[in-house]
Structure formats: C-alpha cells, structure tokens
Design a binder for this molecule. Structure first.
Ligand SMILES: Nc1ncnc2c1ncn2[C@@H]1O[C@H](COP(=O)(O)OP(=O)(O)OP(=O)(O)O)[C@@H](O)[C@H]1O
Ligand SMILES: [Mg+2]
Length: 246
C-alpha cells in the first residue's frame, strides 16, 4: 500500500532522514520505534509532504505522491494524527471533528460522526465542550477521531500514548486494534511506548539517527536483546509486562 524508498528529508541544512526504506501492506499495523530525535515525526510529516523529501520516493497505492501538495495527499486517503495532538483548543469537539471531515463529501458526515462517536463514547458526551478543556486522554481520542473523519485508508499516529496514564494507554491501543480489525484501516504507528506498540504491531521498524536500523515482526523485535536493552528495560514496560503475563 505504502512504499518508501531511499527517502531523505530534513529542515534547511539539517538532514533528518538519511535514506529510509519502509513498506506498509494493506491491513497491517506497522510500528516505528526509536529514541528522541531519531526522525520518526519527520518521516510521518514527510509522507504528508511537509517537509518535502529531498531525495527518494513515496508511493501510495501505486501512485507516486512524493511531490503532491499536502491536501492532495490527504485526499488520497492518508490521515495523520500529529504528535502533541494538535486539536483546535477553542473549537468544540463537534467542530474539531468537522475539520477532519473537510476532505470527504458532506453527505457522509452524519454516518461518519456516528461511527467515530461509537468508537469514543466519551466524545459523544462532550460534543459541545471546547477541545482545549478535554483531558489529555480525551484530546488524544479527539485527535484520532478527527483523523478518522477523513475516511482514511492509512492512519498515521504519532505517539498517541504520550503523557497518558497506563489505563488510558491501554484503551487507546485497544481502539487502534479495533480500527484496524473492524474498520479495515491500515495503521502506521510511531511510539515511544515500545512494549505496547510492538505487541500490537504486525511488523515493526526501529529508527536510529535517521536510518532504519532493524525490522521484523512485532514479536521478533520484542524478543530481540538489543531492542530490549535500548527500548524496553529500565522503565515501567518491564513491570507492565509481568503484570500482563499474569
Ligand atoms: N522544525 C524543525 N527544524 C529544525 N530541525 C528539526 C525540526 N523538527 C525536527 N528537527 C530535527 O530533526 C531531527 C529529527 O526529529 P524528529 O522530531 O523527527 O524526531 P522524533 O524521532 O520524532 O523524536 P521524538 O521521539 O522526540 O518525538 C532532530 O534532530 C530534530 O532536532
Ligand atoms: Mg516525534
């Protein structure tokens, strides 16, 4: 579905991606993990056309999109829930969801809204509340819901679990699984929360300093000693793992 070859990109003279190759097949959940500053956000943003790739190509469903304007990329069926949520704080929940529907024909709106609110019942209770006054978890739900309003075939999520309590993190990951299984949306997930993300993923990539250092199934990477040492040990993930194993 998405095929990225030798992708290079950056900010002015600073090169952040040094030749990335990534493939996402239809129906998959692909996870990308990596340390702070590795280039994960830059990769998702370059797929959306901002910043522009300086080299390489991005092909989505057989069409090269590397040089398309961002709104055209969204129209092709790629939605992006950016890092830090970036919802519109002064707009209500309903208005935020309307913004997400800007790329779809208006007659879909009512059905799509209902579908998103069924996925996130909390948002249904808060339709008229301003986005900025939602809790962190609710804002993340809104960010994902807004992305879904565009009827994406590929949903890209940048650190959806950031700053959320463990229980809410689990809910969010459960919902991502549901979106993938039931709504048949392909998911490209960037995460620091490597344990949960690798458990969820069909396949995963590890990014180090703007390059892909490793790839494999989620299970392979979870079992890999280097991955464990760098991304799983010495934090709460190990504790959660024991908890989950019970
Ligand atoms: N707008 C920008 N202007 C200049 N440099 C930037 C900009 N955004 C990111 N960078 C640089 O690009 C590199 C990759 O950053 P990026 O945000 O893609 O990393 P990341 O893997 O998403 O990190 P994190 O896990 O902290 O979100 C970093 O060195 C960062 O400082
Ligand atoms: Mg980032």
């Amino acid at each position: 579905m998405l095929s990225i070859r030798n992708l290079q990109s950056g900010y002015g003279r600073i090169q952040a991606l040094h030749g990335i190759d990534v493939d996402v097949a239809e129906g998959e959940i692909i996870t990308l993990i990596g340390a702070n500053g590795a280039g994960k956000t830059t990769l998702l943003m370059t797929i959306c056309g901002k910043p522009r790739a300086s080299q390489g190509e991005i092909v989505f469903e057989g069409e090269e999109i590397t040089r398309l304007p961002t709104f055209q990329i969204a129209r092709r069926g790629i939605a992006h829930a950016p890092e830090g949520r970036r919802i519109f704080p002064r707009m209500t929940v309903r208005e935020n969801l309307q913004m997400g529907a800007a790329v779809t024909p208006p007659q879909y709106f009512t059905d799509d809204l209902d579908r998103v609110l069924t996925l996130f019942p909390r948002l249904r209770e808060r339709l008229d509340q301003r986005g900025g006054t939602l809790s962190g978890g609710e804002q993340q739900m809104l960010a994902i819901g807004r992305a879904l309003m565009g009827r994406p075939r590929l949903l890209m999520l940048d650190e959806p679990s950031l700053g959320l309590a463990p229980l809410v993190v689990r809910q969010i990951f459960q919902i991502i699984r549901e979106i993938n299984r039931e709504q048949k949306v392909t998911v490209f997930l960037v995460e620091q929360n490597a344990f949960h993300a690798l458990k969820l993923a069909h396949r995963a990539y590890v990014m180090v300093n703007g390059r892909i250092a490793m790839s494999g199934t989620g299970e392979q990477l979870l079992a890999d000693p280097a991955v464990r040492a760098a991304y799983l040990e010495g934090g709460h993930p190990a504790a959660e793992e024991t908890e989950e194993a019970r």
